[in-house]
Design a protein around this ligand. Structure first.
Ligand code: ATP
Length: 778
């Protein structure tokens, strides 16, 4: 088979790395790629409506607002609304509103309000690339400038051939690479817009939607979401009908989801907008450190040359609100962690209050170690010195714990130090922060497609990241940024990071494309295309999981998997669990809830003594079958516990926040399974009595997980090491696993990561025969 023939629009670059024939050997099976790469193209779905359908603004609809009112009259209106609500609070609230409006007006972007509005006002203006310094006000202000524009009002249009009227537009989506940015921005902007989120209110102008957490009040005009959530919405609504504009924020991060998203947006812009009854969709792409030429080039080829300039507008906004003084090291530092702690203590003893510290470290381990030392140091401070409190902030932390880092400390005369990974690098404002300390490194995930393994190693950050980190200071007042590297080292940093799509597993990305009707995934418009081999492997893997048919088209199972907020292998497991031979949907949901709730629910202890003590306390939840049955037992015992769940967790050193989050996820997954027909009836309410899982049931649950993870297995070799079935690599069972140090005939693992060693995590004991069984009866 010649791969050259695949796709009519294949780029020249891709053509150069084609092979003459392709078949891959996985788990002893050779799978031909013939079907995948020459997938017969389905005829394009016929347009639902003609492109010329009239699209009028609906007068008096709840979302049709007139042009923005002058500030004074807006304030007056808010005051009088509050007066109606009773005597308590309005005065104070009024002052708060005034303060917020004053802050908004002082932002550099405020002066460019009409430039931004004008750049998108014409029918031919499709795309705005907005580059503005960190803290200039892009994420918070741009959607507020735009939602009152005439083109941004909701319209009612009648679809031809149907009596139904559909609503198009009215809302602006603004995407963020991370949940913490989406939720904190939504809270801030909802306050600025005068309709603060929470406090039981049902209506409001601003909302957010992130995985397993949504708050979208009635009448929402501005919706902050993660890129992944908007991709999910694209599955249900390929034309993004509820939106008038999509703002892709922090494009410089080039996350995999953002790259997919701009690809889909490009397709919508290039298409005939039939699904939107001809109503245009505007796209704004923003960052402080964006590569304007690359973005312009990416969208540019869908317009004739003479229209390109008006179709794609570029605005650069100079200036930041407050200055940030930069301080570099004179010489390279020998011990980063040590230098970081010394700088924290120096800032604390030398810089005045108020002024919190945001320190960037490489990962969870480093953060936990630093937190301990800071807590010890804090106890030694003289009584006339301000107190010091440390808060961690990393991706695996539960949402509640993440939020804590953003709240003011309750104790007076206290400085807060937030110990963060690069999740706090872009978009976020941590209130109170004046000082940033940047260690200059970050742990980067890199997927080795050939090894089927992810590595997670600390590497120097890019210039773009360094600029973003610096930009976390100077947001509420003048700030300082201490870089723990020399000025020369900064000059030598790479300009930007490698886009995620070029360094990660594209399995989920390929499933998203297929589910969205992209037959020829190699021809999908991407700013940077991954290697053909990485896509081929993803196609083979998806075929193996049953998400793709032999001809490469998506199966109904694949469609369901794409709708689930889970990775493709976990989605496969959940679908298998509903089959009569397994019949373990509730157990599977329980396990998935535990493993997706954030960091490990079992807290790690350092000393051997504490380890022994804990093992005794945890004895009743630990199972010899391995980690997933241990998770299941833990959540089942936790929900059966009716007296004091906090105490129950404390005794076993189990992370109570993550357990709460696990129950939240469990509730949502149960709801999704009911909707998808994977559960026939709603499960009984908690608490349910705890009944230990019989060994044969445990075996069934593990076999069910093998349906998604048969390729993540390893056999015990004669030299007592474990060798993976796919790729034949030696792996060690991670020390956090209940099976650490044990010899089993074979193991299945849900994660495979290279840090200082090649580790299998979330491990279960299996029999070799089960692997063959799972591979054969798919
Ligand atoms: N949660 C918050 N609490 C207090 N002030 C905030 C908050 N969020 C934003 N601000 C204020 O609004 C300013 C503008 O923030 P915004 O996120 O809009 O800037 P930005 O240009 O998008 O920055 P970046 O490129 O760093 O994301 C901040 O500098 C800060 O003064």
């Amino acid at each position: 088979m010649s791969l050259e023939k695949d796709g009519e629009h294949r780029s020249k670059r891709r053509k150069t790395d084609k092979k003459e024939s392709a078949s891959l050997k996985i788990g002893g099976k050779a799978i031909s790629l013939e079907g995948y790469l020459n997938a017969p193209k389905k005829p394009a779905p016929s347009p639902a409506v003609p492109t010329t359908a009239p699209a009028e603004a609906v007068n008096g609809s709840e979302n049709a607002h007139g042009p923005e009112k002058p500030i004074k009259s807006e304030l007056k209106e808010r005051h009088s609304k509050r007066q109606e609500n009773g005597p308590k609070g309005p005065q104070f609230k009024g002052r708060e509103d005034e303060k917020l409006l004053k802050t908004r007006r002082e932002l550099p972007i405020w002066q460019h309000r009409s430039d931004i509005q004008n750049a998108l006002s014409g029918p031919e203006n499709d795309v705005l690339v907005l580059v503005g310094e960190t803290g200039s006000g892009k994420s918070t202000q741009v959607p507020q400038f735009l939602y009152t524009e005439p083109w941004c009002q909701r319209r009612k249009v009648q679809l031809p051939g149907s009596k139904d009227e559909v609503q198009i537009g009215g809302t602006i989506a603004i995407t963020q690479p991370r949940r913490v940015a989406a939720t904190t921005l939504a809270h801030r902007v909802s306050q600025e817009a005068g309709t603060p989120l929470g406090k039981g209110r049902k209506d409001g102008k601003v909302g957010y939607s992130v995985r397993f957490d949504h708050n979208v009040p009635i009448g929402t005009r501005i919706k902050y979401l993660t890129e992944g959530m908007l991709l999910q919405e694209l599955l249900r609504d390929p034309s993004l009908r509820q939106y008038s504009a999509i703002v892709v924020d922090e494009i410089h991060e080039r996350s995999l989801d953002a790259d997919l998203l701009v690809g889909f947006l490009k397709q919508i812009l290039a298409g005939n907008k039939a699904g939107r009854a001809g109503v245009p969709l505007k796209v704004v792409v923003m960052s402080a450190t964006a590569d304007v030429d690359a973005i312009r080039g990416f969208f540019g080829d869908i317009y004739p040359e003479d229209k390109r300039e008006s179709a794609i507008q570029v605005l650069r906004i100079k200036g930041r609100q407050f200055p940030v003084e930069l301080k570099h090291e004179r010489k390279p530092v020998a011990d980063l962690q040590d230098a970081l702690l010394k700088t924290i203590f120096k800032v604390h003893t030398q810089e005045p209050l108020p002024g919190d510290i945001l320190a960037f470290l490489t990962g969870q381990e480093e953060i936990e170690a630093a937190q301990k030392i800071i807590e010890e140091y804090a106890t030694t401070l003289a009584s006339n010195m301000p107190k010091l409190r440390a808060f961690p902030l990393y991706g695996q932390l539960s949402m509640d714990s993440q939020r804590e880092a953003f709240l003011p400390v309750k104790t007076p005369f206290t400085r807060k130090v937030i110990l963060a990974t690069n999740i706090a690098e872009t978009s976020v404002t941590v209130p109170g922060v004046r000082y940033v300390i940047d260690c200059g490194k970050a742990k980067v995930k890199q997927f080795r497609a050939r090894l089927g393994m992810e590595s997670l190693l600390a590497k120097p950050i890019s210039k773009s990241s360094a600029v973003q980190r610096t930009g976390r200071a100077g947001r509420e007042g003048p700030g300082k940024c201490f870089r723990l590297y020399t000025e020369d080292a900064f000059t030598n940093l790479q300009g930007s990071d490698l886009p995620e799509i070029l360094r990660s597993d594209v399995l989920g990305a390929v499933l998203t494309m297929k589910a969205r009707g992209i037959q020829d995934v190699l021809a999908f418009p991407l700013m940077d295309a991954p290697e053909t081999e990485a896509i081929e492997r993803a196609l083979v893997h998806l075929h193996f999981l049953g998400a793709l048919a032999d001809d490469g088209s998506i199966t109904s199972k694949g469609q369901t998997m794409a709708r689930l907020p889970l990775s493709a292998p976990l989605g496969t497991v959940l679908l298998a669990a509903a089959r009569p031979e397994f019949d373990c949907v509730l157990e599977t949901i329980d396990i998935i809830s535990c493993i997706t709730s954030g960091e490990d629910i079992f807290l790690q202890v350092q000393s051997e003594e504490a380890q022994e003590e804990i093992e005794q306390a945890r004895g009743e939840v630990q199972r010899r079958e391995g980690d997933i049955i241990t998770y299941l037992t833990t959540i089942q015992q936790y929900t059966a516990e009716n007296a004091n769940r906090i105490e129950w967790c404390k005794k076993r050193k189990i992370n109570i926040r993550n357990m709460k989050q696990a129950l939240n996820i469990r509730r949502q997954l149960r709801g999704i399974c009911l909707k998808e027909g994977l559960l026939s009836e709603a499960p009984s309410q908690d608490p349910q009595p705890f009944v230990p899982l019989a060994p044969e049931q445990a075996e069934m649950v593990i076999k069910c997980f093998l349906k998604g993870f048969a390729l993540k297995t390893a056999m015990l070799a004669p030299d007592a090491s474990y060798v993976t079935v796919q790729g034949k690599h030696v792996v060690a069972i991670h020390p956090a696993s209940v099976l650490h140090g044990q010899k089993k005939e074979a193991i299945m693992f849900l994660e495979h990561v290279y840090t200082n060693k090649n580790y299998a995590k979330k491990v279960s004991a299996i029999q070799a025969a089960w692997i063959a069984e799972a591979l054969e009866n798919r």
